[in-house]
Design a protein around this ligand. Structure first.
Ligand SMILES: [Zn+2]
Length: 266
């Protein structure tokens, strides 16, 4: 399985290509001006990304692809049923792994301590491609552990895991773009994928808006569970959290790492 050995390389190739593609799109068609220089934001968020991914790799040194390959023959895997047929196993695997991310994201908003961890992502006063990697190490570890648990339970086809991972990494950048789609394209694409116009609603200061649009790749889970809110392109929308709107300069890396453990702000 040559594709499997190159799976990791393909993941990072899509990671870089999606980031650069969205960054170029933002520079050509920005939704609105950022409140601080882009180099400062990207530098801070890149450091957080490296720290979070490194810690996650050290604490849980297992790759979803390797795990999927090692449980591919397991009799106990819920999707390891030959009678399902390959197309159904692939589709179910991609959908269920996406549903798992929806559920974890919803839990991050529902339980106090998990919300404190996820606040690091939401406290960004701007919304651009780099917001997607602004996650506390504990959140990265939580998503990584949940993905491994889901793969162990489902025993999905390894190829389907790779496709879901590639779609997810593309979507993480695409849905955080400081850019907007032409209305006709938003109407069509918004039916099948999360776009920045739809996900931006989730980053609004308004808590009712935050408690919507939790999805990762497909918008169908939010529609199914009644948490879907239509796209927002209003440039006056306030992004972030009410208690993090003050201060001239946004907090730095050390603050972001300590943030879940600090007293609640008023
Ligand atoms: Zn969220």
């Amino acid at each position: 399985m040559h594709w499997f050995r190159t799976g990791g390389g393909l993941y990072w190739a899509v990671f870089v290509a999606a980031f650069l593609g969205v960054a170029i799109w933002e520079s050509l068609r920005p939704w609105r001006e950022l409140s601080e220089p882009v180099e400062r934001r990207w530098g801070r968020h890149a450091l957080l990304l490296v720290f979070s991914f490194s810690l996650s790799a050290v604490l849980i040194p297992a790759s979803p692809l390797l795990l999927a390959a090692s449980v591919a023959g397991s009799r106990y895997g819920l999707l390891n049923r030959p009678w399902l047929g390959d197309p159904a196993r692939w589709i179910l695997a991609i959908l269920l792994l996406d549903l798992m991310r929806f559920a974890v994201h919803r839990a991050l908003h529902s339980f106090h301590f998990l919300w404190r961890i996820h606040q690091v992502h939401h406290s960004d006063r701007d919304f651009d491609v780099s917001t997607s990697v602004r996650a506390h190490p504990m959140e990265v570890i939580l998503f990584h552990g949940a993905a491994l648990a889901a793969i162990a339970i489902l025993a999905p086809p390894p190829g389907a895991v790779l496709v879901q991972q590639l779609l997810s990494v593309f979507e993480s950048f695409f849905s955080h773009a400081n850019s907007t789609l032409p209305p006709w394209l938003q109407r069509v694409l918004g039916l099948v994928l999360y776009t920045a116009d739809t996900h931006r609603v989730h980053h609004a200061v308004d808590v009712r808006m935050q408690n919507s649009n939790y999805g990762d790749i497909f918008p169908w889970w939010d529609r199914l569970f009644g948490t879907y809110v239509p796209a927002a392109t209003d440039r006056k929308i306030t992004i972030g959290l009410e208690e993090f709107q003050q201060g001239e300069r946004p907090p730095g890396l050390v603050f972001l790492l300590k943030q879940p453990f600090l007293p609640d702000r008023q």
